[in-house]
Design a protein around this ligand. Structure first.
Ligand code: SF4
Length: 183
């Protein structure tokens, strides 16, 4: 297919993402992790507010799988896919914490991932937001007490936002990302 044919095809197809839902409602300032609405939380975290102020609607996201069953990754892929399309709200996945504003963590923190998680967060420039996505990341979920588990994300690094669910719905992940981008 030539470039011109491709451009015509794109023009004919138009936008295929779902219509954008309204912006997430603001929670009262000072709301901390795990106190929010719609399965995600932390609207009033100072780190979230700082990132939102500095980045003017754009946030680069480094994903860390600290010990997930891969269920959260499937929903995360859906959140960035064409239907939920988190990128239209300014959130974008990047390959390096050096380029990131948000560290998005899924899964319980396993022994082998404890140090890489600490190092990844440390390598992310300030101001940064750490987001715990899924019940395992929030409180170890169904893997609490398992022999290879060090703890939840908040046991190792400070968490600014969290998204509940096992796995969390892509729409809830998008709501949390929109709280960071403010779009
Ligand atoms: S929260 Fe559920 S889907 Fe996500 S890693 Fe844990 S067990 Fe898997």
């Amino acid at each position: 297919m030539s470039l011109a044919d491709l451009a015509r095809l794109i023009g004919r197809t138009g936008r295929i993402a779902e219509p954008a839902p309204p912006r997430p409602a603001a929670s009262p300032a000072g709301v901390g992790p795990d106190e929010g609405v719609d399965g995600s939380s932390g609207e009033g975290s100072p780190a979230v507010a700082a990132v939102r102020r500095e980045l003017h609607g754009s946030a680069q996201v480094r994903h860390v799988d600290a010990g997930s069953c891969n269920g959260c990754e499937i929903e995360l892929a859906a959140a960035f896919g064409p239907v939920y399309d988190a990128e239209r709200y300014g959130a974008r996945l990047v390959a390096s914490p050096r380029h990131a504003d948000v560290v998005l963590v899924t899964g319980v923190v396993t022994r082998n991932m404890a140090e890489p998680l600490r190092l990844t967060v440390a390598a992310t420039p300030q101001p940064r937001v750490v987001m715990a996505v899924g019940d395992c990341a929030r409180d170890c979920g169904m893997f609490r007490g398992a022999y290879g588990v060090v703890g939840a994300v908040g046991d190792l690094v400070p968490v600014d936002l969290s998204v509940a669910g096992c796995p969390p719905a892509p729409a809830d992940i998008v709501v949390a990302l929109r709280r960071v981008t403010g779009r």
